[in-house]
Design a protein around this ligand. Structure first.
Ligand SMILES: Cc1cc2nc3c(=O)[nH]c(=O)nc-3n(C[C@H](O)[C@H](O)[C@H](O)COP(=O)(O)OP(=O)(O)OC[C@H]3O[C@@H](n4cnc5c(N)ncnc54)[C@H](O)[C@@H]3O)c2cc1C
Length: 383
């Protein structure tokens, strides 16, 4: 990579998710920031399942990038080939980068994450799936992790009489480094809503229909339980997006697709290339961790810029792993969670206040400079 230009160095941020928007905004005053993102809006996917059951939330979770940066620019394109100092976009345009930030996150099956670039198309897709779900009497969720548990809760909050069944090969719900008492509490609440939870046995074969498409089917678990449903959703499958790495950066891509980073969140072997969020090996794959990593990455790039020719001698900040904590809503008013600093589980009222009612939309609307939109009539109550 060439020496950074002394006046206003260029920072190219790939990916405008939770990690990328925070880094881009934080460096807007000291660098020429270019944020590359294929979508025309930031997607607050933490609330995507709420928007599936209540599409009045759609305008609140697709937030245009127009108000994010005052000085820098957002390029609607996709990184196709990326080496240490040079980014080639899908359009063929080339960007030179004094500092490069890899924040391309992960994909996850719809509806938890969107695979559509234009907001208008994404809304249409969600509305179609909402209609299919509304018409289905019986729903199968394959996967009982956080997404499966949340989706079961969202469906039951809107349609209490729908039959909802969850299947997982794991022996308990939620997975991850979480307390058995939390998993038991989530199971208790799901049972109270009438959700059938089948654990410890995978399906013999996947349903014959596509996920999210209407059509009755019967499947069987290996333990022999039959489930008949009218629609199903895949609630597992986080895949890091890093297939664009080339040249000297290709070696930083691990066998599972994650990008190897040092404690300072630099890509292994690179001084001015950083990676964070779901695409990196930095921590658990949660937006909260991505936000905390963004503070470290932006601070380190700022320090390097300010040090100028003396950059080689400065000590960069190290990212500290976040202790296990989680907030799992079951609909707007239910759910539980655990905090690192407390033995007690979060009661439903606290979960509703922290996340379940407003799904934290306002803080992202503020970051993106979008006036907070009111929920559509009939939407969940505000926290
Ligand atoms: C249903 C659901 C609920 C969740 N709830 C929570 C929660 O309550 N709290 C929490 O902390 N976490 C939660 N998570 C996890 C959280 O969503 C992720 O950890 C978070 O999205 C990671 O942010 P990121 O910026 O690293 O990646 P992403 O959010 O995946 O963003 C990556 C961006 O990069 C873009 N991109 C992809 N490829 C390219 C390319 N080649 N060039 C340029 N740009 C590209 C994508 O379009 C995307 O906008 C939830 C996840 C799901 C699915």
């Amino acid at each position: 990579m060439s020496e950074p230009s002394p006046a206003r160095p260029s920072v190219v941020v790939l990916g405008g998710g939770y990690a990328g928007i925070n880094v881009a905004k934080s460096l807007d005053d000291v660098a020429d920031v270019v944020l590359v993102e294929p979508k025309d809006a930031f997607v607050h996917n933490v609330a995507a399942l709420r928007a599936l059951v209540d599409p009045g939330w759609l305008p609140r979770i697709y937030l245009p990038y127009g108000g994010l940066l005052s000085h820098g620019r957002v390029v609607q394109d996709r990184a196709a080939k990326v080496d240490a100092g040079r980014v080639t976009l899908a359009s063929g345009e080339e960007l030179a980068a004094d500092y490069l930030v890899l924040a391309t996150g992960s994909s996850y099956p719809f509806p938890a994450k969107s695979d559509v670039d234009r907001t208008v198309d994404a809304h249409e897709k969600t509305l179609g799936t909402h209609a299919a779900l509304a018409a289905a009497a019986r729903v199968l969720l394959v996967g009982a992790g956080a997404v499966g548990v949340e989706l079961a809760g969202e469906i039951k909050a809107v349609w209490p009489s729908k039959q909802v069944t969850m299947v997982d090969v794991a022996d308990d719900v939620l997975g991850g480094p979480f307390r058995p008492e939390l998993k038991a509490e989530l199971r208790r609440q799901l049972a109270g809503l009438g959700v059938q939870v089948l654990l410890g046995s995978p399906l013999v074969a996947a349903p014959p229909t596509e996920p999210g498409e209407p059509g009755a089917f019967t499947v069987q678990t290996q333990a022999g339980t039959e489930v008949t449903a009218d629609i199903w959703f895949r609630c597992y499958g986080v895949i890091p997006v890093s297939d664009y790495l080339a040249g000297g950066l290709a070696g930083a891509r691990g066998a599972d697709g994650h990008i190897e980073v040092t404690p300072t969140l630099q890509v292994a072997g690179q001084d001015r290339v950083f990676a964070l969020g779901d695409v990196s090996t930095a921590d658990r794959k949660v937006a909260g961790a991505a936000g905390r990593q963004a503070v470290v990455v932006a601070g380190n790039i700022r320090a390097l810029i300010e040090a100028g020719p003396d950059a080689a001698g400065i000590a960069l900040a190290e990212y500290e792993l976040s202790p296990p904590g989680i907030v799992v809503p079951i609909g707007p008013e239910g759910g539980s969670g655990q905090r690192p600093d407390s033995e007690d589980l979060l009661p439903p009222e606290m979960v509703a206040q922290l996340k379940g009612r407003d799904m934290m939309v306002d803080r992202f609307a503020e970051l993106l400079g979008v006036p907070a939109a009111a929920p559509a009539p009939g939407g969940p109550p505000e926290g």
